[in-house]
Design a protein around this ligand. Structure first.
Ligand SMILES: [Zn+2]
Length: 471
């Protein structure tokens, strides 16, 4: 019932001299509330009405609610975000992703790259009245440079070309008109195009997500943007010979061998990434990290450090696979078997470096966000976010800080921290009810009993059924 109507009823009831207002809202009683700002509050009653939290109080048995859920022995955390997803990367996943995310407690997603004509219908469907789907925030296509990595030839087409600064300005203005929530700058842009992108997005009030372009250095490209993905190319600026590496890249980016965008990028990564890590210079790297304290880092460790804690060795991997479309299952089982049989040594070295760098970043006060790149590289939507939280704890975050990375941090990226990210009166009603304490063991975020999304309560079984039906 909407608020106006219920107020009207109360008014009529009082005119008739009948005292009792009709009970409203849903209450979760006797629950332990945990969020990254308020810490731990025991024995609480959390009430939500429509899409809003209307009460967080020490358990109160007097009040009457339309519905009451016993939260005894359970733990309530804010709805989780996956801050790096691709809803349109693999068409086999697009329809099933919303329900899958919710079944794993993810109530908001940030889509970091997809072509507009594919993204717009998906976003419209997810935002439709009554849609059972996470809140969605989207960037539109990867804004690439003269060469495009994801050009639809060797890789799926999720990038667009911006050869000159003027192209970039026009592209971003068009995207804003079509409703993007932020922009994503990619790896092959030139410094002048990068600058035009930043300036245009700022002028339009769009938050900026980015990789460090290969033509630039992290200490220069990091500070003007709001988030950086995958720690991408930061290692190049942490090397003792960072200026020389940069010079070499600028030469090679002229692309004398006429490689495709994808090949050109790969060749530069292969040439410089591991040598840069081997040449790590702590003092230089500390300077870089100091410059990044206002730029959210979404390290996607479950991708970059996959070899250190592979999903296929986890207890609930088979369960996760059972939730994805059957036609993908076989393919991923084979990929997983191949990864298990032939672990690539360079990939393990990079993973160790990535965990180390996040540890250093965290120590320097660089904000960390939780994202996964799902479904890329056998990442089951939703499942992979819980793996990411485990990685973040492995990299030195406390379980509560890991929860911050998947709640408060992404909300801050969109300047929505007043509306989302904690369990407070006036915040959006996105909640996850857990059977075990996530602060004792971050893996307990997997122990989901129920999820509240946009003010609607679902036990986990009904979300699993929904995910099965959308396969
Ligand atoms: Zn991505």
């Amino acid at each position: 019932m909407n608020r106006k109507y219920s107020l009207f009823l109360i008014f009529i009831a009082s005119l008739l001299g009948c005292a009792k207002p009709e009970p409203t809202g849903t209450a979760i009683t006797n629950v332990t509330v945990i969020d990254a700002v308020n810490g731990v509050r025991e024995n609480q009653t959390v009430v939500f009405d429509g899409d809003q939290i209307t009460g967080v109080d020490a358990a109160n048995t007097e009040a009457q609610f339309a519905e009451t859920i016993d939260g005894s022995g359970k733990f309530l955390i804010p709805g989780l975000w996956d801050a790096h997803v691709h809803l349109t990367y693999d068409d086999r996943f697009t329809d099933v992703m919303p329900a899958l995310f919710l079944s794993y407690g993810i109530t908001s997603v940030r889509d970091t790259g997809g072509l507009m004509h594919k993204m717009l219908p998906v976003v419209k469907k997810m935002r439709a009245d009554g849609a059972v789907a996470p809140r969605v925030f989207f960037a539109g296509p990867l804004l690439d440079g003269n060469f495009v990595v994801y050009d639809g030839i060797s890789r799926p087409e999720i990038g667009v070309r911006n050869a000159m600064p003027a192209d970039a300005r026009q592209t971003i203005r068009d995207m804003k008109e079509q409703g993007v929530d932020f922009i994503k700058i990619y790896e092959m842009v030139r410094p002048d195009t990068f600058e035009a992108m930043v300036e245009t997005a700022r002028g339009l009030g769009l938050p900026i997500d980015s990789h460090v372009p290969l033509s630039m250095r992290a200490g220069t490209a990091g500070p003007p943007v709001d988030s950086i993905e995958h720690l991408r190319n930061i290692e190049l600026d942490c090397a003792g010979n960072a200026p020389e590496l940069h010079e070499t890249r600028l030469e090679l980016l002229k692309n004398p061998d006429e490689l495709s965008g994808y090949e050109l990028r790969s060749s530069l990564h292969s040439l410089q990434r591991l040598p840069a890590i081997a040449n790590y210079d702590e003092e230089r790297c500390d300077e870089v990290l100091e410059s990044l304290t206002s730029t959210l880092q979404v390290p996607t460790l479950r991708l970059g450090a996959l070899n250190l804690d592979p999903p296929f060795l986890k207890e609930d991997w088979q369960d996760a696979l059972s939730r994805i479309p059957p036609e993908v299952r076989e393919e991923w089982l084979n990929e997983a078997a191949d990864m298990a049989d032939n672990p690539v040594e360079e990939f393990t070295s990079f993973g160790e470096w990535a965990v180390f760098l996040v540890e250093r970043m965290h120590a320097h006060g660089v904000p960390i966000g939780a994202g996964t790149d799902t479904p890329i590289f056998i990442a089951v939507p939703g499942f992979s976010l819980h793996s990411e939280l485990e990685y973040l704890v492995r990299a030195g975050l406390s379980p509560l800080e890991a929860i911050r990375s998947a709640t408060v941090r992404p909300a801050e990226f969109f300047s929505l921290e007043e509306q989302m990210g904690t369990i407070d009166v006036g915040k959006k009603a996105d909640l996850v009810l857990l059977d075990a304490n996530p602060l004792e063991n971050i893996s307990n975020t997997r122990r989901i009993a129920a999820v509240v999304t946009k003010g609607n309560y679902y036990d986990v079984e009904s979300l699993l059924t929904l995910a099965k039906e959308s396969q």
